[in-house]
Design a protein. Structure first.
Length: 762
């Protein structure tokens, strides 16, 4: 009873909190509205900057409130921003208080152009973000089915929209002599799905990793790509006012050459520029500036070939999104600016432009209803046909058809471009916006209904389990590797292990060449070619299917030679963003025990996971050519799991054997207080079963060994000797203090082990 009362009171507090927050937003809007109206009521001979700022703030506040309300109703926030513009525009506020609406948003060219400039920049930023969030690898994996679904899903509604444009009364056309251009714009607007809306809804329903969810998103991505190419070509026609075959051929050929150059050259060029700026600039947010410059440059290139700048912005987003240096932190910084500022302004202005009062005309209302019906039936039928041709079942095809029917933001952008170019008039623009809002709001409940009817097959369940494992894993989420080495056997062996690890994931890797340690024998020096050559050779040993489709690309390795102390070099380089530091220098162990002081300094200068390498046995004599036989003590803890993942990733690239060793705790003081017998066997089985599952995910066969009633350090040494293992990979946790200390077991191995060591620190 007490718990129930507490829950009710807690729920009431949360409800009051939400009401207070909403009240605060409404109060802010009301406080802004009064001075804005007073400001707008004054004489406005020139464009007013204070009024412009007040318009921006009003669109932000009302857009945020409506977006919040729509999300609570299970709809995308962008629909709330569009409705906010409709409410502030002639459709609602203009109908109720026309003088106030005209005062807030005057129709004068000078004042309107200020808001329009922000909106046009918002279009480019929105397309940049859409491209950045496009999963190109997903499209590549599902290209056949997604292409089939997209082609029919675009073709059928495009023909329907084009036919509708050809039969529209002349009174509804902006310029009857340009009926062809208007019909093409209508067909394009009806044909394309909004990838942002589709992706948001599928993600919110937790269906992004389901096969059907991936097909829906992949098909929407292809829809968007084809759509922006169509818009680019049609706008080229609209600019010339007629079908100029020469101009059309130039636009089409220029678009194809631009897309080909972007794919073959632009991807590497963009990645190189982003990486260079990230690694060389010391000012704040250099990567954000470079991304915006790339977007502007490609937009100007597409404008130069006679097509819309939106295509350049979208392609820029695709290229930027594939850069290995684009971290989640950088993406979120850019996304925050776009979502918080440019999206509410653009969609709010689109709503301001739409005038729903024209739907009071029965003839136009009938045309709008027909437009919505044709758009829905055309998209639904086309996507269902594409799913059937892709040999999907009826339930999967039904879900695809429901998911592809959302138009949303993409149609609003296309309609805005058509209105600005004169291909659409106010009435057609309002009809398209109405169609976009209607289809988007209907899509989530229909998709939920269709997806609930889909069973989960065995293959799909296995794939979802594998992807969940990769999401939790350590190696799968590594993006960039830093190694600090000198010209010694330890340095060469560390370079080799780093190359095997980076090769499996095709990770960009930076080598810091520190001051030389003990040089290699002269006989080995010419053959190995330095740390970079060792790393590249090791990286090329990765299996053909490793690296998620990047197997044909050469290893991305950068070498930096530093005359500064190693600690300063590592600290300076670490600020550029790395996920793992591998250390290999001549002196690993101190003469009086523990790690050498230089190792401790290097480790202390990097805030992240570490790998400390000590080459012994055959690897001391031949760090590059000696084989690997890996032993990994595994306890099931997070730190031992991390070390085990690194070990099996290295083993997979080197095609080396791996042994997982579990040392039973029955000999410890803590274990003596527990009942002996079957409980320990269950613990052993559970831990080793997890090790086998991890190895299977990496497609590596392992051997498992259990040692009981033996101290951990002794058990590891004995197994290394009996099994003739030449590399021990041990997961360790650093303890507090000024010295580098990984626990007694690690220190014992560092002092007594005869084989090579790799300590993986959390």
């Amino acid at each position: 009873m007490i718990d129930r009362k507490w829950r009710r009171s807690n729920h009431a507090r949360r409800s009051r909190g939400r009401l207070c927050a909403s009240g605060a937003w409404l109060a802010a809007g009301a406080l802004l509205l009064a001075p804005t109206a007073a400001l707008a009521a004054g004489p406005q001979p020139q464009p007013s900057e204070p009024l412009f700022l007040a318009q921006i703030l009003l669109l932000l506040i009302v857009g945020r409130l409506f977006g919040e309300a729509m999300q609570r109703l299970g709809q995308p926030a962008v629909m709330g921003q569009l409705l906010a513009g409709i409410v502030l525009g002639p459709s609602v506020l203009g109908a109720a208080l026309p003088q106030l609406q005209h005062a807030l948003f005057p129709m004068g060219h000078g004042q309107a152009s200020m808001l329009e400039a922000v909106s046009q920049l918002g279009i480019l930023m929105l397309l940049l973000l859409t491209g950045m969030e496009t999963d190109v690898a997903l499209v590549s994996r599902l290209r056949r089915a997604a292409f089939s679904i997209s082609v029919t899903g675009i073709g059928v509604p495009f023909l329907c929209g084009f036919a509708l444009g050809e039969f529209l009364p002349e009174s509804t056309l902006p310029r009857p002599e340009l009926r062809l251009i208007t019909a093409l714009f209508l067909g394009t607007a009806l044909a394309i799905s909004s990838v942002k809306i589709v992706a948001v809804v599928v993600r919110e329903m937790d269906f992004m990793r389901r096969t059907v969810g991936q097909l829906i998103v992949a098909s929407a991505i292809i829809d968007d790509t084809i759509g922006w190419i169509l818009v680019a070509v049609i706008s080229g026609l609209a600019l010339h006012g007629r079908v100029d075959l020469g101009a059309l051929g130039f636009s089409v050929l220029g678009t194809l050459l631009f897309l080909a150059a972007s794919y073959w050259v632009g991807r590497r060029w963009v990645a190189a520029v982003i990486r260079w700026s990230n690694d060389n600039f010391v000012s704040e947010l250099p990567v954000i500036t470079v991304i915006l410059v790339i977007m502007g440059a490609l937009a100007l290139i597409t404008y130069g070939i006679g097509v819309q700048m939106v295509l350049g912005a979208f392609v820029a987003g695709l290229l930027v999104g594939q850069s290995p240096i684009l971290t989640d932190h950088i993406r979120e910084q850019l996304r925050g600016l776009i979502v918080a500022l440019f999206m509410p302004v653009f969609f709010g202005l689109a709503g301001l432009t739409a005038d729903l009062r024209i739907l009071g005309n029965p003839a136009l209302l009938l045309v709008t209803a027909g437009l919505v019906l044709i758009a829905s039936l055309g998209k639904f039928g086309g996507a269902f046909l594409g799913g059937t041709l892709a040999k999907l079942g009826h339930r999967e095809s039904l879900a695809l058809a429901c998911g592809m029917n959302a138009r949303g933001s993409t149609e609003v952008i296309i309609a805005t471009i058509g209105l600005a170019m004169g291909a659409l008039n106010q009435a057609l623009f309002t009809m398209i916006v109405t169609m976009a809002v209607t289809t988007t709001m209907v899509m989530p409940p229909m998709l939920r209904w269709a997806l609930r009817r889909l069973p989960l097959g065995r293959e799909e369940r296995e794939r979802l389990e594998r992807e969940a494992f990769e999401a939790r894993g350590f190696v799968a989420n590594l993006e960039r590797l830093l190694i600090a080495v000198d010209d010694s056997g330890n340095g060469r062996f560390a370079s080799r292990l780093a190359g095997l690890l980076a090769g499996a994931q095709r990770m960009p890797t930076t080598i810091l060449e520190l001051t030389p340690g003990d040089p290699l024998p002269a006989a080995l020096r010419p053959a190995d070619g330095g740390a970079e050559a060792v790393l590249r050779d090791a990286a090329e040993q990765a299996p053909p299917d490793a690296g998620a489709g990047k197997e044909r690309e050469a290893a991305d390795v950068t070498t930096r030679r530093n005359k500064a102390p190693g600690r300063e070099a590592v600290a300076r380089e670490a600020r550029k963003g790395y996920d793992l530091l591998m250390i290999g220098i001549a002196q690993t162990a101190a003469r009086d025990g523990g790690f050498d002081l230089e190792i401790a300094r290097l480790a202390g200068s990097f805030d992240g996971p570490l790998g400390i390498v000590e080459a012994r046995g055959p690897h001391r004599e031949d760090p590059v050519g000696a084989g690997l036989d890996i032993l990994v003590p595994f306890t099931g803890s997070q730190v031992s799991r991390r070390a085990f993942e690194i070990a099996v990733a290295i083993a997979r690239s080197a095609q080396a054997p791996v042994t997982a060793l579990y040392v039973s705790a029955t000999a410890t003081q803590d274990a003596r207080r527990r009942p002996p017998g079957i409980r320990f066997r269950r613990d052993e089985d559970a831990v080793l079963r997890e090790a086998v599952e991890i190895a299977e995910r990496f497609q590596v066969t392992i051997r498992t060994v259990v040692r009981r009633r033996v101290p951990v350090g002794d058990a590891i040494e004995r197994q290394a000797s009996r099994g003739r293992h030449n590399l021990i990979v041990l997961g360790v946790s650093p303890s507090g203090g000024d010295t580098l200390f990984f626990g007694n077991t690690a220190m014992d191995l560092l002092e007594r082990a005869a084989c090579s060591l790799l300590f993986v620190s959390s």
